[in-house]
Ligand binder design. Structure first.
Ligand SMILES: Nc1nc2c(ncn2[C@@H]2O[C@H](COP(=O)(O)OP(=O)(O)O)[C@@H](O)[C@H]2O)c(=O)[nH]1
Ligand SMILES: [Mg+2]
Ligand SMILES: [Zn+2]
Ligand SMILES: [Zn+2]
Length: 268
């Protein structure tokens, strides 16, 4: 029995285990992969189940948030499409600040522990959570992973979500901030197409600016669209591989952690 929720811990799919529980919308025995006609016949039941899933998630997210506030853990949930550069950004951030800061990483992917292995090469502890068919991390999975990391106080906890701009927006993990990453190869219209995540994020990172000369990406328009969706959103344009403007992101993270620790950010 676990401390996070009282469940059998093995139900959560962690690195090295083969369990397939907690798949997306696979709750209460209802499988959303059934034909859509069958689903629509059960629309009100589906809505009820979705509300149930989200309220369970919010319960675990609140637990995570309280625990991390008590331990002064500054947690960031990195969200983007596959390939926007989340893992590359994380390894670069870690290499720049690990001498001064204690850092832990939770990696979310449907399959493989490849990203956690990339993070561990930096010398920092990382735990991979495989979601199987699931397309986002939820607060329950992340709560278990955080316990397993046995984190020291006053640390950063970086969470790399499953590559997906859609449902990670709706799943609070208990993090201090969501950071959405968009790379210049993806088109400037993403904030309009996936408004929920741009609305939920505190920071938009525009990555791969080293590729701007080779792609038709309207940087100004992208920023305008993001501000249209979320006037408060902060924006940093950078390149994880060339290192251009990376110090802006490092400074943003370090300032956020200092704010949490000075009591300026209230997470409850
Ligand atoms: N040119 C360029 N490539 C990048 C940059 N950041 C990441 N990449 C490349 O984009 C690919 C996907 O990066 P990865 O970090 O695995 O993305 P993730 O799926 O979001 O974790 C890799 O080949 C990276 O080397 C960047 O700033 N510039
Ligand atoms: Mg990755
Ligand atoms: Zn549990
Ligand atoms: Zn999902």
């Amino acid at each position: 029995m676990c401390k996070v929720c009282g469940c059998n811990h093995a139900e959560v799919t962690m690195e090295g285990t083969q369990h397939q529980h907690h798949q997306h919308l696979d709750f209460d025995g209802v499988d959303v992969e059934q034909p859509w006609s069958a689903v629509s016949a059960n629309t009100s039941r589906m809505i009820e189940i979705e509300q149930n899933i989200l309220s369970k998630n919010n319960y675990y997210a609140k637990q995570n948030r309280e625990q991390w506030l008590a331990d002064q853990i500054f947690s960031i949930n990195f969200i983007s499409s596959p390939g926007s550069g989340k893992t590359t950004l994380l390894t670069e951030i870690i290499l720049s600040i690990k001498a001064q800061h204690c850092i832990y990483v939770i990696e979310g992917d449907q399959q493989t522990a490849l990203d956690a292995m990339r993070i561990r090469e930096t010398g920092v502890q990382a735990l991979q959570v495989n979601t199987g068919k699931g397309c986002h991390l939820d607060a329950h999975m992340v709560g278990h992973a955080a316990v397993d990391l046995k984190m020291q106080k006053n640390a950063f906890l970086f969470i790399e979500n499953v590559g997906n701009l859609i449902c990670p927006a709706g799943f609070d993990l208990g993090e201090a901030h969501k950071v959405v990453i968009l790379s210049v190869t993806e088109g400037e219209d993403k904030p309009l197409k996936y408004p929920e995540i741009f609305h939920a994020a505190n920071l938009m990172v525009i990555n791969k600016i080293d590729l701007l000369p080779y792609v038709n990406f309207d940087l100004q328009q992208c920023c305008a669209y993001a501000k249209q969706i979320n006037p408060e959103i902060e924006i940093i344009q950078l390149s994880a591989t060339s290192g251009e403007n990376m110090e802006q992101l490092n400074d943003w993270l370090i300032a956020g952690k200092a704010e949490l620790q000075s009591g300026k950010i209230k997470l409850l």
